[in-house]
Design a protein around this ligand. Sequence first.
Ligand code: ZN
Length: 474
Amino acid sequence: MQKENEKIAKTHMDYAYELDLVIKPDSRVPLFDREYAAFSGAGVPLFSLGGGYYRYALIDILARFHAKRGYFIAETPIIASSYLYQVSGHIEFFRQNMFLFKIEDHDFAIKPMNCPYHILVFLSHLARFRQKVALPFKIFEAGRVHRYEPSGSLYGLLRVRAFTQDDAHIITPEEKAVESLVSVFEEMKLLMEKLFLMKLDPESITLRLSLSDKEKIGTEFMGTRREWETAEAALEEAAKTLKDKYGFNYFKEEGEAAFYGPKIDVIMRVEESGIEKEWQLGTAQFDFNLPRRFKVYGAVREIYGEETNIFIIHRALMGSLERFLSVYLDYTKGRMPFPLSPVQFAVVAIKIGDPEIDEKIAGLVKRIHKGLLAEGYRTGIVETTKTSLSGDVRRIESTIKPAVTIYVGAREVKEGFVTVRPYIHEKKRRISQKVNIGDNPHLDVINAIKSLEDGVLELAGYSPRIPGDVSHLL
Ligand code: ZN
């Protein structure tokens, strides 16, 4: 019977291969990207290989972080009536990057940008709750968008056709524009430092202001002179505030703004193998076009009074989650902070060949693993022997890169401790800790590494618990 089952299982697998249903690792895709997603070759990453845990944990943290900062959390559909994108102007100017289709007789589009939907969210709040809606009104969504990109331009997670933006729109009164821009930058700083454990210092960070060419306002740059001048003054004021507060330098590029508004970008210089690269982190972009097309100015004045002037600002802290993941994995050599790591714990049993002691080792390893799982962590078990230990440590710690490794051998069982080795991003290495264990060894382990969750607790008020037995990934 056993044999028979094996034969069937094998046949099914062969069948899947024949039909090309199994996505094999593509060697053209960067190594770290392959560890988080599989690619069907069409620029559509499949986050199944541990990347799924990463995404859920990240989006959970992002939603709570933004909610705490006063953002309204939205969830907008992947498809939309193409009329929405006709009003926004995308059908006219962005058509070559959009997927369009029909349902019965109606024209639909797959969402290429979240902005039009977010404006609808704001307008429907205004229509229903009128003056109760406070300004600035801020909307956040981990918004999934799809864009037509030529196949030649696709590359790993760096350039894909399906991606998720940490997207937000801020509808702010003119007089609060500076405050809103400064707070966007502070959110980005918090996220990079507390969650991604990156250091944003004046040596590596520069702010770029893309401004209009004053001569061309009204022709190449749409909107009124007053709008451009007020928005650009707000951008510069925000940049000055950030320079005073954090020492970050800024520079202005005149004539480089988009036709619909000026913007500010945060650029980080990173050095990789002696090559200096620029990594664009956050963006805040003014938009004078969409509020006109969606008649937002009129709606706002009707509710808040004729003298009310507002701005709509698009902003992202990470940009595309996929692109950010690819650059970040390259930057950290595949090491993910504890709250986001697909494999948070690898519990390693070091067997010695003595059945009685090996049973004790296996028993303790299982208890720790099960306890961590019950507490909501992602954990896996690995078995090794004293002779293959050094090879296995290298394979696990340097190739699979769990956030924390735990070693249990004969000495540990005899003396009542375990060896815990968390990776410390600030130090760029693992630190070994001898942790004495009691009746609940998993709680002693959690206690020993709890500082790894400090940043995310500060950011989001909690650390996500998405448990998983990930032994097969080890
Ligand atoms: Zn937008």
